[in-house]
Design a protein. Structure first.
Length: 156
């Protein structure tokens, strides 16, 4: 078996063992609402802040919308809208008018949503660190470098 076949088999094994929800569940975050959080978190730095008790939108560069959630999750717009609504109902996301185009809503993580995402990141990192417990620092660094390079070479 050549190296490319080994990589393919390893990637399939990872996919079977882990999913976004399975790893997120370790941190207490479950369900499809978390998929929405993951997309919004990856879209950019938009967050909800409070100024004199009213929510305001921070930076919306690279902001998420229902359309971008649909595209990222590979679902149609009505399904994405239902998923976003679930995240809103969970208190993790709010919708705000886009300052550049008032006809469009920008999806923004609430403080609870940001906390949920951070908890999921901590849980994922703990799982990954545990898997590499017996590795040296040099091996971890080399793996991180090569995996990052590999992912950068994959098509979007």
């Amino acid at each position: 078996m050549d190296a490319v076949e080994q990589v393919e088999q390893a990637m399939v094994a990872i996919r079977r063992r882990q999913s976004r929800r399975a790893v997120a569940r370790l941190g207490g975050v479950t369900g499809q609402a978390f998929d929405v959080l993951d997309v919004i978190d990856g879209a950019g730095p938009a967050t909800v802040g409070s100024v004199a008790g009213s929510a305001t939108v921070g930076s919306v560069a690279g902001s998420a919308t229902v359309g971008s959630v649909a595209l990222a999750l590979g679902v149609d717009q009505p399904r994405a809208s239902k998923l976003v609504t679930a995240a809103v109902d969970a208190g993790w996301v709010c919708r705000r008018a886009d300052q550049a185009d008032g006809r469009r809503s920008v999806l923004v993580l609430t403080d609870a949503g940001r906390d949920a995402v951070e908890q999921a990141h901590r849980s994922r990192r703990a799982v990954f660190a545990d898997a590499m417990t017996a590795w040296t620092d040099e091996e971890r660094g080399e793996f991180a470098r090569l995996l990052t390079r590999f992912v950068a070479g994959l098509p979007d």
